[in-house]
Design a protein around this ligand. Structure first.
Ligand SMILES: *Cc1c(COP(=O)(O)O)cnc(C)c1O
Length: 418
């Protein structure tokens, strides 16, 4: 048993897990396969993969890829997470990423929590528990993964007051709902993952802000500023109409909430930004402690926000991928030198900017080789359609092109001569 476990551990598993694997192998009468089972177990851990799907923010692949600092990456050291270096006293973990987020949004204050869903829950619990919250019937949406606005509202302890209809909600609908009620906030939810067209009408933030109650806007997708000052040149045309934190706050929203790992391009996090006293009420609420992010997330978010504030969008992988010109992709495809060069379409992903396709360039080989590519070390995740396997280079970091070349080469060779 012990020697079997030691053999299994040689595939790179810690001893206790190798022991579990050895036990399992013996129990199932497959002790000769123990090393193979161990390899499978090691492969089932979090490992880096190459995203060649063309979905820039792929939820199954962790949404926004994080920038790696230093090469080789620096070891993780202790940080001053909750230490004020100037006084030597206890500080707040929200002081850096939270303050930077506020600065980047043009907000008085901001608070960082675990994800966008947590941000919405905390805001509603802190501002509206036991009180009324007004929301348009056109915005009672499901984001995915069971996150439905009416359910989140209910679990926050707020009472939902629905106004308008699925396709049309007017200012008068909100006014009628406010009359004679104890309304804590009007909540506006960005229809971030679907589109309504035709006979539709909704009320903008500026108009809602004049109703006399705080307006909370759940932006979800997390575009920071519609003017994209972190990019060279004008904002990409495909961002037109996507609401942004800076502009939504300038239009009078009391608070905005959004994800850290959608269009913001940072780690999984949720950001609450806006009026100082409302952000402080969120931070004081007992749920804030349960929803707080870890030091690794705050460190990564700090890097992302510093890139924004420094105007260096090219340091944020999402923006780098989304804005790479077609000829640069074509050159990379040529350099890969395997299969054929094809035009393809990338999508932002993570439910953001629904319907948007970005022209892209891929490398294609004949047949469906997805399973072989997933089995490559490191795994390469591609797409198969029209009888070919396509690696979309827009979602691949250029430093991974060599891996894509090797994996596609190996896959086409293993398929044998056509
Ligand atoms: C994605 C999204 C959320 C949830 O954010 P997560 O970071 O996935 O928890 C909430 N609201 C809207 C409008 C969204 O698009």
């Amino acid at each position: 048993m012990d020697s079997l476990a030691r053999t299994v551990a040689a595939v790179g598993l810690p001893h206790p897990i190798a022991v579990d694997v050895a036990r399992e192998a013996i129990a199932s009468g497959r002790w000769e396969d123990a090393t193979e089972i161990g390899r499978e177990r090691a492969r089932s851990l979090l490992v880096p993969v190459v995203n060649a799907t063309g979905v820039l923010l792929h939820t199954n692949l962790g949404r926004a890829p994080l920038p790696v600092r230093g090469s080789p990456p620096q070891p993780i050291r202790a940080t001053n997470l909750e230490l004020d270096l100037s006084t030597g006293r206890r500080g707040s973990r929200n002081d850096r990423a939270g303050a930077l987020a506020a600065r980047a949004c043009g907000a008085q204050a901001a608070l960082v929590v675990n994800n966008g869903a947590a941000a919405v829950l905390l805001v509603l619990a802190a501002l509206a528990s036991g009180r009324d919250v007004v929301v348009s019937r056109g915005e009672l949406v499901e984001i995915g993964g069971g996150f439905r606005i009416p359910d989140v509202l209910a679990s926050s302890g707020a009472r939902m007051v629905e106004v308008g209809t699925t396709n049309r909600t007017r200012r008068a609908d909100y006014e009628a709902a406010l009359a004679g009620r104890d309304v804590a906030a009007v909540v506006k939810v960005h229809q971030s993952n679907f589109k309504m067209a035709g006979f539709v009408e909704s009320v903008g933030t500026r108009d809602l802000a004049s109703l006399g109650v705080p307006v909370v806007v759940d932006l979800g997708s997390g575009l920071l500023d519609a003017n994209t000052p972190w990019l060279k040149g004008p904002p990409p045309k495909w961002l037109a109409g996507e609401p942004a934190a800076v502009q939504t706050l300038a239009e009078g929203a009391a608070l905005v909430t959004f994800s850290g790992d959608k269009l913001l391009g940072g780690p999984q996090a949720g950001i609450i930004a806006g009026r100082a006293e409302l952000v402080a009420a969120c931070a004081r609420h007992p749920l804030a402690r349960a929803l707080r992010p870890g030091g690794l997330v705050l460190d990564a978010l700090q890097s992302t926000l510093l890139s924004y504030l420094g105007g260096s969008g090219a340091d944020i992988p999402f923006w780098r991928m989304a804005t790479t010109p077609l000829d640069a992709l074509a050159e990379r495809a040529k350099a890969i030198g395997v299969g054929s060069i094809v035009s393809c379409k990338s999508v932002p992903g993570a439910g953001s900017l629904p319907g948007l396709e970005l022209d892209s360039v891929g490398v294609a080989i004949e047949g469906d080789h997805l399973a072989t590519l997933r089995g490559f070390d490191p795994p390469v995740i591609a797409r198969a359609y029209d009888g070919m396997t396509v690696a979309d280079l827009r979602s691949v970091d250029p430093s991974d092109d060599a891996i894509v070349a090797k994996a596609l080469g190996a896959a086409s060779r293993s398929a044998g001569p056509a």
